[in-house]
Design a protein around this ligand. Structure first.
Ligand SMILES: *[C@@H]1O[C@H](CO)[C@@H](O)[C@H](O)[C@H]1NC(C)=O
Ligand SMILES: *[C@@H]1O[C@H](CO)[C@@H](O)[C@H](O)[C@H]1NC(C)=O
Ligand SMILES: *[C@@H]1O[C@H](CO)[C@@H](O)[C@H](O)[C@H]1NC(C)=O
Length: 383
């Protein structure tokens, strides 16, 4: 008996389920604080091997582990991409911030370690992989949208009361003690900055006695409230996440349509605010802080001739084997039919920096085009 035909039949359902495209955006790994966290802090810059703001060895390890996980998921479990880097398949984008660039390099080290003819030095399992960035002297509207000048967003934020206003009175004593211990005036406007203490703790730096577990929990909570408040409404989120959603929307559709320029994988190295904005824009946020090395993933699958989008959040980062959680776009199934995905996502997109600038100056790219149309009509009529 010939087993081959029945084997092929068995394989058929598998062959019908194909992964066509993936977009992955991660937050850089663990890092040093941006500056001395507070005047009386016993840990100055010499405590950080690469200096303020930079990735640490722990952070590099996290990103390397993410690269291993991506390697396994997209070159072994699914053979979406080749296990050696191929520029026709893969595009790597990073902000121009050093910790993001170094994070991208750390991911690439394990995702695309050289094999076979790509080994260029015996016993050295590393090869260079191109990483694109927007340039040091410009704000990156796609991957560092939180720095993009946006008056309409600023106006919206200053109109609100401070997110910690409601907890100010009940924490008055705490702020007084912090002022005494840190050597600086502490109030609701800066208390979330002490989040840097958690960076020190994550790197095993010894804390003074006044840094209790209770205090650390409070500071984490203050940080969570302040940070999520920057993105936690559809209107706020679109200013910061709309352009990236537009980019994903267009790349997913380019892959579905088999466009020549379409990549199989686009990988983005960025920052917590960028990931938070994306989660809130898509309506899938969990109101928590985005952990270091966390990744948001969109996959395009073709199953029996139909295209589906699946979203994942890999926010558990402790090991290369950590599983992601699946996210469900509001109004869609977990496996979201591409047409439905497009219908839900299109209104959230911004497709060009011009549209972003328009939204940021007027509050609505639609309104300003409408306005322009009226002017043109007026000019036409009055001639
Ligand atoms: C920084 O900290 C180290 C270790 O505590 C200390 O030896 C050094 O003098 C400090 N440097 C400055 C500039 O304060
Ligand atoms: C990860 O995200 C899921 C879904 O939002 C949430 O339930 C979980 O608490 C998060 N875990 C971490 C470590 O952030
Ligand atoms: C962005 O492009 C998509 C696809 O063409 C479209 O559906 C969407 O409305 C566009 N968004 C804006 C703000 O023009």
């Amino acid at each position: 008996m010939n087993l081959l035909p029945s084997l092929l039949l068995l394989l058929l359902p598998l062959a019908q389920c194909e992964l066509l495209f993936v977009a992955v955006i991660w937050r850089h790994g663990l890092r040093a604080p941006s500056r001395l966290p507070y005047p009386l802090d016993p840990h100055n810059e010499t405590a950080w091997q690469r200096g303020w703001k930079e990735l640490t060895n722990e952070g590099i390890k996290q990103m390397y582990d993410l690269g291993l996980w991506l390697h396994n998921r997209y070159t072994v479990e699914n053979t979406l991409i080749n296990s050696v880097f191929n520029k026709k398949e893969v595009l790597v984008l990073s902000t121009d911030v050093e910790r993001a660039l170094c994070s991208a390099q750390s991911v690439m080290a394990s995702l695309f370690a050289p094999e076979g003819e790509f080994v260029w030095k015996r016993g050295f399992a590393w090869q260079p992989v191109p990483i694109h960035s927007y340039g040091e002297d410009r704000t990156d509207p796609l991957l560092k949208p939180t720095d993009f000048p946006c008056p309409a967003y600023d106006k919206l934020m200053t109109a609100d009361t401070h997110p910690l206003q409601s907890v100010a009175e009940s924490n008055d004593q705490l702020f007084k003690e912090l002022t005494k211990n840190t050597g600086m005036e502490v109030n609701i406007k800066n208390v979330d900055d002490f989040y840097d203490i958690t960076r020190e703790m994550a790197h095993g730096l010894k804390q003074p006695d006044w840094v209790t577990d209770g205090l650390v929990d409070k500071i984490k909570e203050f940080k969570r409230i302040v940070r999520t408040n920057e993105f936690n409404s559809p209107v706020k989120a679109r200013f910061r996440g709309g352009y990236l959603v537009g980019d994903w929307h267009s790349r997913i559709n380019a892959a579905a349509n088999g466009e020549k320029k379409a990549k199989k994988a686009v990988l983005y190295s960025s920052h917590d605010g960028t990931l938070s904005a994306l989660l809130y824009t898509l309506g899938v946020a969990n109101d928590q802080l985005v952990p270091h090395a966390a990744a948001i993933i969109a996959e395009l699958h073709r199953e029996a001739g139909k295209d589906f989008v699946k979203l994942w959040y890999r926010n558990e980062t402790s090991a290369p084997t950590s599983d992601p959680v699946q996210l469900t776009l509001p109004g869609c199934e977990t496996s979201c039919h591409l047409a439905t995905f497009n219908a839900i996502v299109a209104p959230l997109t911004l497709n060009t920096t011009k549209q972003l600038e328009e939204l940021c100056s007027s509050g609505s790219p639609f309104l300003s085009s409408l306005f322009l149309a009226f002017i043109l009509l007026y000019v036409a009529i009055s001639r």
